[in-house]
Design a protein around this ligand. Structure first.
Ligand code: FUL
Length: 539
């Protein structure tokens, strides 16, 4: 950890900074404590892990921290500087603007900017027509006849996916690589007469295509006889080391939280600390998702993000190591293109239109989208999936190809004056590195975009400069109608990307009103689009 000091200009400013700090805690407290956490619903991967009590505990600790902050702030005289710890791996050398809450690490920022990831569920289940194997299936059943990893990767690349996550071992325990530590793997299958290594094939294809390779390694194992004993943790670690050391750079590791019991009722206590230590040792840049400190599961498997979505949260996992404090933990929405996670004959495939809606409700709600495209029994992505994916790709291109706000005149009610340029023009310059912000402690502002001509608009995209933290907590959007501002949309958080859809509106002026922020708001993008053909009205 490194400390960064922000000097206060004078006592008056310092005093107001203290009050702003209290206000920030107050806002964060309500935003985070009142918003129900999906993991508390009792469903999904965290359901059987006992994590719920950890979450409740951390909320209580946050309550105490909050009250303590209020007391300290009220009793102390204003200090002359505000010192905040900044994460070691923060993406920028020095912060040009103040940041008093978590910011992403550079690996998290790159991951958030990638937006799209491909999930590939492939394994024994592909051949048995189930989504959850028993662990007793015969390895001889695993027999892809035309497996072509470069086909999976080239489809991923063509669609703009920047990560590919392969299920190297699902709950049935069957391994797609010839692990030294079990016979339950492809080495005892007909695939390449037992000499195949699908993890190698996929990771090599990813690296050739410039896509980050990641793996899903199920902690729950319905096959291994040590499951339910401490020996299983050693087995899991041995397999982790094989995967972390033989397959090049690993971008993401998906540690599913599903922790089922064995047939005889044995339950496994996972040694998460041991797993994380190995991962950080062998692959320090790999992001650990779901049961990991870097990427947060959104709480459903429908690709549905939250309307209010903060990238930072109270620390909830022991490995966050800072119980009760706020940590940068951006969310990921997972969903499958077919009925189940593994290929089955007769599946219904999501249409391009459904995938567009998912795009708006995941990426458009400050999350990444992890879309599962499961290969068939031949070991290929099926034509029917490719057809919908390809239509999805061209529809996305049609929707976002013409930014109607480029070339507009833009002005803001407040702009930070500094040696750097923070003017509102930065929001329409198509450059993600530049951004608008207000003077310190100005938490609300209006930005007016005057278009060169009248345009029909039904989509607006807003993006915050999240390298500096997430700040905006509410906004309204207005369109000029005969010289009167008509409200066309409202929202809460913005984050990495916020996509707002509304009924088509013809106008030459748009006003973005930031109605609240937890620190000076930033925006790096304000774009406008029109598309009726693929416009799906919100339910
Ligand atoms: C869940 C698993 O139980 C499903 O089979 C699937 O792998 C999904 C992505 O995670 O927890």
């Amino acid at each position: 950890m490194r400390a960064v000091s922000f000097e206060a200009a004078d006592d008056a400013e310092s005093d107001s900074a203290e009050h702003i700090d209290v206000r920030r805690h107050f806002v964060l407290y309500f935003v985070i404590i009142i918003t129900p956490h999906p993991n508390l619903s009792g469903a999904g991967p965290l359901a059987s892990t006992g994590i719920e009590s950890t979450i409740m505990k951390s909320k209580h600790i946050y309550s105490i921290t909050f009250l303590f902050t209020i007391l300290v702030s009220c009793s102390q005289t204003p200090s002359s500087s505000v010192t905040q710890p900044i994460e070691e791996k923060q993406p920028i050398e020095s912060l040009p603007i103040e940041s008093t809450f978590p910011v992403p690490t550079s690996a998290q920022l790159k991951w958030q900017n990638s937006k799209l990831e491909m999930f590939v569920h492939f394994g024994m289940n592909t051949f048995t027509g189930t989504d959850r194997g028993t662990g007793k299936e015969d390895p001889k059943l695993f027999n892809p006849t035309a497996l072509n990893a470069p086909q999976w990767v080239s489809i991923a690349k063509w669609l703009g996916f920047q990560y590919l996550i392969l299920t190297v071992k699902h709950h049935d325990g069957f391994c797609l690589w010839p692990s030294k530590y079990t016979d339950y793997s492809i080495k005892n299958s007909p695939y390449k007469n037992g000499s195949g290594d699908i993890v190698k094939e996929v990771s090599t294809a990813c690296s050739a295509a410039g896509i980050k390779f990641g793996f899903y390694l199920s902690p729950w194992d319905r096959h291994d006889s040590t499951y339910g004993t401490s020996f299983y943790n050693t087995y899991f670690c041995n397999q982790l080391v094989e995967l972390l050391t033989n397959y090049g750079e690993i971008g993401e590791i998906w540690l599913d939280a599903t922790n089922g019991e064995t047939a005889d009722g044995k339950h496994q206590d996972y040694d998460w600390d041991r797993y994380y230590t190995l991962i950080k040792h062998f692959q320090p840049n790999a992001l650990i998702a779901v049961m990991g400190p870097d990427i947060r599961w959104i709480g459903n498997e429908r690709g549905l993000g939250n309307e209010t979505e903060w990238c930072f949260q109270p620390a909830q996992l022991p490995q966050h190591n800072m119980s009760g404090t706020l940590v940068w933990w951006p969310s990921q929405c997972d969903v499958t293109i077919r009925n189940g996670w593994f290929y089955q004959d007769g599946d219904v495939i999501k249409t391009a239109a459904q995938l567009i809606d998912i795009y708006f409700k995941s990426i458009g709600r400050n999350s990444n989208l992890l879309l599962n495209v499961p290969p068939n029994r031949q070991g290929l992505i099926s034509d029917a999936d490719i057809e919908q994916l390809s239509a999805w790709r061209s529809q996305l291109h049609d929707i976002f190809s013409k930014d109607l706000f480029l070339g507009s005149i833009i002005s803001a009610s407040n702009v930070r004056k500094d040696i750097s340029d923070y003017s509102a023009t930065n929001c329409i310059d198509d450059n993600p590195a530049t951004f608008w912000t207000t003077e310190k402690n100005i938490l609300t502002a209006d930005i007016i975009v005057t278009l060169p001509v009248m345009e029909k608009i039904n989509i607006i995209k807003l993006e915050e400069a999240i390298a500096y933290g997430q700040r905006i907590s509410s906004f309204d959007i207005y369109a000029d109608q005969n010289s009167l501002w008509t409200k066309i949309a409202s929202g809460t958080t913005v984050g990495r990307t916020r996509l707002i859809r509304f009924d088509p509106m013809t106008t030459s002026k748009i006003k973005i009103s930031i109605t609240n922020s937890i620190a000076s708001p930033t925006l790096t993008t304000i774009s406008g689009y029109f598309n009726e053909q693929y416009f799906i009205p919100l339910p």
